[in-house]
Design a protein around this ligand. Structure first.
Ligand code: ARG
Length: 255
């Protein structure tokens, strides 16, 4: 069952105090839930899989217009566009639902060097439109959805345990936006201007390898792009996401 349906968690986005939201997220009902530990997800049709030409999934992405996909720079910076495929509308990668698109153009943020230095974002232009609904991007002025403790949800086909295999089916898990001090404990290089961390204090809920490039979503908006992390779902170690608001103008110029 998707925990989308849990009213207590959904209304937390409305404005519960950070501590209350964290308490909800840490409640025993969620123990062990991690995309590491999430639930199967079939309704998020703007999540796309990036695959090679043989259909091997290696990253995620988000359809932000019918022909544009936002993903992580590190997913695509060393790949030729001709070798990329974008699969939409196929939460179960073993199925043949949805659409497969080739990629005409890859834009990698010009500031990208490596994941720990930020600007880990890229925009793919599809050769033909994808039929699925799109997700809006957080704008440069967005702050409320980045409030520490605010709930957000990460989606992907990545590993469901730190060393285990990837998932054949799209999964998602709710995490909480970290405060910058907490993020810096795990990542001394943390730059709150360009990155945002999210997780839960006890761990167990996180993105993992294979989820990179995929969406972190809050209140129907793309606020983060899965970038990196130390292990997956470790206590006190949140995941690191590209802060979409910090690259919103650069990305919007490519849409
Ligand atoms: N770099 C990873 C990838 O290639 C994403 C890791 C995210 N890790 C985390 N613990 N949140 O898929």
């Amino acid at each position: 069952m998707s925990d989308h349906a849990r009213p207590a968690v959904r209304t937390a986005s409305g404005g519960l105090a950070a501590t209350a939201a964290l308490a909800l997220l840490a409640a025993p009902a969620h123990a062990g839930e991690r995309v590491l530990g999430g639930t199967e997800e079939a309704s998020a049709s703007w999540v796309v899989a990036l695959t090679d030409r043989d259909g091997r999934q290696f990253c995620g992405g988000t359809l932000v217009t019918p022909v544009k996909v936002v993903t992580a720079a590190h997913c695509v910076d060393s790949r030729a566009p001709a070798g990329l495929r974008v699969i939409s509308g196929r939460p179960d990668l073993r199925a043949s639902t949805g659409a497969v698109r080739t990629v005409g153009e890859v834009w990698v943020h010009p500031g990208f060097r490596d994941v720990t230095a930020g600007d880990d974002v890229a925009v793919l232009t599809l050769a033909e439109p994808a039929p699925e609904p799109t997700l809006p991007l957080a704008g440069a002025e967005e702050t409320e959805r980045y409030r520490p403790g605010a709930p957000a949800r990460v989606f992907g086909w990545g590993r469901t345990t730190e060393t285990g295999p990837s998932s054949e089916v799209l999964r998602s898990v709710e995490v909480a936006i970290s405060d910058d001090a907490g993020c810096r404990v795990a990542y001394p290089e943390h730059d709150p201007g360009t990155r945002v961390c999210a997780g839960v204090p006890d761990g167990g809920r996180d993105a993992c390898a294979g989820d990179s490039g995929g969406p972190l979503v809050a209140d129907g908006m793309l606020i983060g792009v899965v970038s990196y992390g130390t292990g997956c779902g470790r206590p006190g170690v949140p995941g690191v996401y590209t802060r979409v608001s910090s690259v919103a103008d650069a990305v919007a110029a490519r849409l």
